[in-house]
Ligand binder design. Sequence first.
Ligand code: P6P
Length: 339
Amino acid sequence: MNRPRKVTTLGQFIIERQRDFPFAKGELSRLLRDIGIAAKIVNREVNKAGLVDILGSTGRENIQGEDVKKLDIFANEQFIAALTSGGECCVIASEENEEIIPIETEISKNAKYVVMIDPLDGSSNIDVNVSIGTIFSIYRRKSLGGPGTLEDCLQAGTEQVAAGYVVYGSSTMLVYTTGRGVNGFTLDPSIGEFCLSHPEMRVPETGVIYSINEGNYIKFPEGIKKYIKYCQEDDKATSRPYSSRYIGSMVADFHRNLIKGGVFIYPQTQKSPNGKLRLCYECNPLAFIVEQAGGKASHGTGRILEITPTDLHQRTPIIIGSVKMVEQVEDFLRQYPGN
Ligand code: P6P
């Protein structure tokens, strides 16, 4: 008789792993569950975006000067509501909000945690049915009590206690780490639960996929141009030419490389001297995850996680994925300096 496959839900997994933290009283567990609940609500709207009046633009621009999509706003509101009502978060910083969102409710007055979030990354892909994602990072507060502060939000990535992302794709997955490995959960719509599907994820130490917007080639630093040409050379011994894969949604590109191996690069260009992607709620969480999975995340000359932020929305160049591929890009940048 086929024994039924053991299903471990996200909630069960979080509780089981809570034992890894002897002094934990369950606050981080509840915080992660709050995020999981909001992700399920966002997923429901993402999956029917073509059917309800949630497609398209709001006609507004965010602080990045980017067109704000209705689903961006919906997702932001859902995560803020879940984190505010959950009582474990003292302050939120969101890609959609210029300033921090201090949580001042009675239930949160002793909250220990800080959440940095990009509620819906890749939103330009919403209207064309391409995968999008949520990215989050969790820190312990530094301030002593009451609503959290800007200083609580401007911590180096090495201080993260947890990080994760949700990819709304052919299936919806939540992948996260608390510093003891990386685990992936796939949403089973029939029971409305994220179920463990990718235990102990490890990124292959090398790969044959490079992911970069080659439309910006002319503006790239010399070392990046040389690396792109290296990827395109015909050399069977090193499995080249590599495959170029670029979805235009960082979470989707990152997730594919995490599973298959590869490198994602968003370098600085003359137009964007610090690159495009944001340090606090895009690069740091994915850097924590990739390092926990045995990969690497660099800004070109050092670890992403060691950057001390000075602004909530500051950007950084990023080279992230299989450790040997990231190191090779760093080598090309050293060998061919200059823009
Ligand atoms: P470009 C989406 O807007 C995003 O922030 C990332 O998800 C994605 O990797 C990048 O920007 C795409 O930027 O300039 O290549 O369109």
